[in-house]
Design a binder for this molecule. Structure first.
Ligand SMILES: Cc1cc2nc3c(=O)[nH]c(=O)nc-3n(C[C@H](O)[C@H](O)[C@H](O)COP(=O)(O)OP(=O)(O)OC[C@H]3O[C@@H](n4cnc5c(N)ncnc54)[C@H](O)[C@@H]3O)c2cc1C
Length: 399
């Protein structure tokens, strides 16, 4: 293909990786025509999604693609990619539309995986989309109001960053709901369930220990070496022992978007797509973000970096410059545990406490700035500082 004519780049996925690559490519309208296909008309800013679970506003989590690409030459198509024809370089959408591409960037994120455990798909709550998180939040509220007391146990399965962050806020949130609805204060049993022998086993031992301590202070009980074996409408089975609960949220499993297996991509043992040093899975097809087999995939920061890397290399290619190889960036991990306390780890530096929670807020600002113009990024960021609502978000009772 001639490098002189405009290159049509088709991007699949309106999440962190896809949007970042589209934004950076759109700085070069003379070099590229850009089409972005996404199932959703908005980007889910996952790091703040759990706020919705505890009754806070969802308005800082969904960022409309039309706002992101305002005044940008990016054609956004709402649709679902189902397959592609490698030899003719065409992508097929579920409505049978065919799209020709010169370069294809795939950034389709992960899907929930229940590992075939009985009952999870039917009875557990999930926190992978705004709709799912709202359903969970409504259940927390409605159960309490209908029964006049909290559930016997609130289970959060999976002690990764998402499970920890969510579990840490639950006791406070359930107490808040009891208070504003005039329900007699009772103990709230929040159980964080993990199949492995400690929290966050990929992190330093002291890091896990400090987080465990903080969770205990907040009233979260941690069950380690505990594998969920099944779930019914009222009982969770852990190592085949039954525990009463109607409130089980599953954060323990995700897997790569099935598009790749369905389209015969080379997958690694980690279940990710095999890519070369340019993040190419095959000629003219790039795979980035959660889907790529890179050391730190599974994080928004990595997806943003990958989107930037591929976009910049495409610009270099157009300008006949040498292509840079991919350099994985060590992520800056900040895990909030309750309000105004977080644990940060970056290389050998570990910070706990209030200052860490400020770092987390700044990290979110950085994320918004990478996706939105300055003014809009600030607007989204400031929304996260609005305190607890004065009315119950569900039934409008005043606190
Ligand atoms: C609850 C939660 C909290 C998180 N918190 C953090 C955090 O605090 N910090 C952090 O760094 N990371 C966090 N992550 C991880 C982070 O969100 C992901 O690593 C990041 O979203 C990956 O970006 P991506 O572009 O690869 O995929 P995504 O952002 O998931 O975007 C994928 C997009 O592709 C679309 N899509 C999927 N299939 C198709 C198809 N067939 N056709 C068209 N479009 C399709 C989807 O609708 C979606 O818009 C969190 C994740 C979750 C679930």
């Amino acid at each position: 293909m001639s490098v002189n004519k405009k290159t049509h780049v088709v991007i699949v996925g309106g999440g962190f990786g896809g949007v970042r690559s589209a934004l950076l490519l759109s700085n070069h309208p003379d070099l590229f025509d850009i089409t972005l296909i996404s199932k959703l008309t908005y980007l889910i800013y996952y790091p703040t999604l759990f706020h919705t679970a505890i009754g806070q506003r969802s308005s800082m989590t969904s960022i409309k693609l039309s706002d992101i690409f305002k005044n940008r030459k990016v054609k956004v198509i709402e649709g679902e990619a189902t397959s592609f024809d490698r030899s003719n370089q065409t992508l097929l959408l579920s409505d049978n539309t065919n799209l020709q591409y010169d370069k294809l960037i795939l950034a389709m994120g992960e899907v929930t995986n229940y590992f075939g455990i009985e009952g999870l798909d039917k009875y557990s709550y999930s926190v992978k989309s705004e709709k799912e998180v709202l359903t969970y939040n409504h259940h927390l509220h409605d159960y309490l109001i209908q029964n006049g007391e909290p559930d016997k146990n609130y289970f959060v399965v999976g002690a990764g960053p998402t499970g920890i962050e969510l579990a840490s806020r639950l006791p406070g949130y359930i107490h808040y709901l009891m208070k504003i609805h005039g329900i007699k204060r009772r103990a709230v049993h929040v159980e964080l369930v993990e199949a492995r022998e400690r929290l966050l086993p990929n992190f330093d031992r002291n890091f896990s220990r400090q987080i465990s301590r903080r969770l205990s202070i907040l009233g979260v009980n941690i069950k380690l070496n505990s594998a969920v074996t099944s779930l019914s409408d009222s009982q969770l089975f852990i190592n085949n022992q039954a525990f009463d609960s109607k409130t089980v949220v599953w954060t323990a499993g995700v897997s790569t978007n099935p598009f790749y297996k369905n389209n015969n991509f080379v997958m690694t043992k980690r279940g990710k797509v095999s890519v070369d040093v340019y993040l190419q899975a095959e000629d003219n097809v790039y795979v980035i973000g959660d889907n790529a087999n890179t050391p730190y995939s599974g994080l928004a920061q990595t997806a943003l970096n990958d989107g930037k890397f591929v976009a910049k290399n495409l610009v270099r290619w157009k300008k006949n410059k040498y292509l840079k190889p991919y350099q994985p960036k060590i992520p800056f991990s900040v895990i909030p545990v309750g309000k105004r306390w977080a644990a940060t780890i970056y290389k050998n530096v570990v910070i706990f406490g209030f200052f860490s929670s400020i770092l987390r807020e700044l990290g979110d600002l950085d994320g918004y700035l990478k996706l939105l113009p300055f003014g809009s990024a600030l607007k989204f960021w400031f929304r996260s500082f609005k305190g607890e609502p004065k009315h119950c978000h569900r039934c409008q009772i005043k606190s």
